[in-house]
Design a binder for this molecule. Structure first.
Ligand code: PAN
Ligand code: ZN
Length: 190
């Protein structure tokens, strides 16, 4: 590495008010309602919705190659408000492919729930708000649910070799779902 002898600008910047990242190595992933088949309880309602409706977006800062042991990635996620058949819009959720890899989530804007599930389908829910810091321990699947009426944005930092296991969630789901009832979140066990 060529070390600079005078201070230089970093290659990436985060707007702390919005969580938006800017920089050359920042990429964006979008998840539409059409990408979320079999995520919500009412698949027929989801399939009848506009398939190009944006459900959530992720900005990724990957300063090191995917899979590098000891490396770290950083990103944000913005989940748009709304429901699918009365169920709040949420991320797909995943275990890490290397199951013992951990992660931090930090709430920036909006409100929601962070749902954890262990390998025995035990679960817990943490409230996510601006400034709430969440440690996702080893072997815990994680999903974020926007229970508010505004976009929910959070920051995340995770190991570059963690990887994502979506298949287990696609097959088995989480043990609870969160529905809107009289404008309030209602956690239902399955
Ligand atoms: C996050 C998530 C992001 C989107 O960066 O990947 O919030 O959620 P899904 O990946 O479940 O669609 C993270 O947990 N990375 O490991
Ligand atoms: Zn993760």
């Amino acid at each position: 590495m060529t070390l600079s002898h005078s201070p230089t600008a970093t290659g990436v910047h985060i707007d702390l008010a919005t969580g938006i990242l800017n920089g050359q190595l920042v990429s964006t992933q979008r998840r539409t309602i059409g990408d979320l088949s079999n995520v919500f309880a009412d698949e027929a309602v989801r399939a009848a919705m506009p398939q190009d409706q944006l459900a959530y977006e992720v900005q990724l800062y990957q300063p090191i190659a995917d899979g590098t042991a000891g490396g770290l990635f950083f990103g944000n996620t913005t989940i748009y408000p709304g429901t699918v058949g009365g169920e709040y819009i949420m991320t797909k959720g995943h275990f890490h492919a290397l199951g013992d890899r951990t992660e931090y989530y930090l709430g920036v804007k909006g409100e929601g729930f962070l749902l954890f599930m262990d390998r025995d389908r035990g679960y817990k829910v943490e409230k996510m708000t601006a400034g709430s810091l969440h440690f996702i321990g080893p072997h815990l699947a994680h999903r974020v649910i926007n229970t508010g009426t505004t976009p929910l944005t959070f920051l995340a930092c995770w190991p570059a070799d963690a990887g994502h296991d979506y298949a287990t969630i696609q097959e088995q789901g989480f043990p609870v779902r969160v529905f809107e009832r009289n404008g309030q979140p209602d956690i239902r066990t399955l």
